[in-house]
Design a protein around this ligand. Structure first.
Ligand code: GUN
Length: 297
């Protein structure tokens, strides 16, 4: 069989960002609105700081405003809640994002529940999770949304496909399962206590790995011609230096799969593009405006 088609997340994300820029320009011209995204970061985790900096840069490039709130690692739950409450009522802010993980002394669920659901661009608020599982229109978590857009760009139809999701995290696995159900897939969610994982994976027309285990998915877990989405971004120390690898053994898997995302350059760039899109959606919906036509996914 021929090598798998590479699903180019960078190129798809670039098209999404063009749509966001066009929508933002339209909102500015017609309504004088500049959608704004606020990120809260607690502590000095270098990876989180890089993510938040990248988000600010991405906002600027498409004409969105960005606001950054950095709190010290020792900030109390009340300190973080005070910032969330201020952003909830700030008219310049359409999206509020609290960078996770938070320091262990802060209850992340309490913080996320304090975000106005209309500004919850991560889609993590219990209200939005409920709407997602109910199959209703809502703000959808960004990484799962990015996976769905890549699947739709790759496959003519998702209806009836066997989809297997590896990993049951609140950020990726669970919301992705809800989205695949809404897309009429037959969905299996595999986790650390699942049995016969390779055999379950071999059934998959669509296999999505989000475990955080470097190269966990082997070539013989993959059905010939399957579409494989790799959400993993694992930093490993190799003889030639530090490398980013996914949850899938990419070199071997591309000999079996029909289409596969690379790491980096697959799911990663899509996440931030979806965050920008959610910020514009929040800006429109909060004001009772229609969703931008560019966003038909
Ligand atoms: N940490 C890792 N991924 C995410 C994400 O999608 N959103 C937030 N807020 N924090 C994260």
């Amino acid at each position: 069989m021929a090598q798998a088609k590479i699903i180019d997340g960078r190129a798809i994300a670039a098209r999404l960002r063009e749509g966001v820029a066009a929508a933002a320009a339209g909102l500015s011209e017609r309504h004088g609105i500049v959608p704004g995204l606020a990120a809260i970061i607690v502590g000095d985790d270098p990876a989180s700081q890089i993510y938040v900096r990248n988000k600010a840069r991405a906002c600027g490039a498409v004409g969105l405003a960005s606001f950054e709130h950095v709190l010290p690692a020792g900030a109390s739950e009340a300190d973080v809640l005070a910032v969330v409450h201020a952003l909830d009522v700030d008219e310049r802010v359409d999206g509020v994002l609290v960078q996770l993980p938070l320091p262990v002394h802060i209850d992340a669920r309490k913080i996320v529940a304090a975000i106005d659901p209309a500004k919850d661009v991560d889609g993590f608020h219990p209200f939005n999770i409920g709407r997602l599982w109910g199959g209703e229109t809502t703000l959808v978590p960004c990484t799962p949304q990015g996976c769905m857009i890549m699947l739709r760009a790759t496959l003519p139809s998702l209806a009836g496909a066997e989809a297997v999701v590896l990993g049951r995290s609140h950020i990726v696995g669970r919301p992705l399962a809800a989205l695949l159900i809404a897309a009429d897939c037959t969905v299996t969610l595999v986790h650390s206590k699942s049995r016969k994982i390779p055999a379950i994976c071999r059934r998959a027309d669509i296999l999505i790995a989000a475990t955080g285990e470097p190269a966990m998915v082997k070539a013989d877990w993959i059905k010939s011609g399957a579409t494989v989405i790799d959400v993993g971004t694992n930093r490993i120390v190799a003889p030639d230096g530090v490398r980013l690898v996914g949850d899938v053994d990419f070199a071997a898997a591309r000999e079996i799969a029909g289409a596969i995302t690379p790491v980096p350059g697959g799911a990663g760039p899509m996440t931030i593009a979806c965050l920008l899109q959610n910020t514009v959606l929040a800006a429109c919906r909060r004001r009772g405006l229609a969703d931008p036509p560019q966003f038909a996914a």
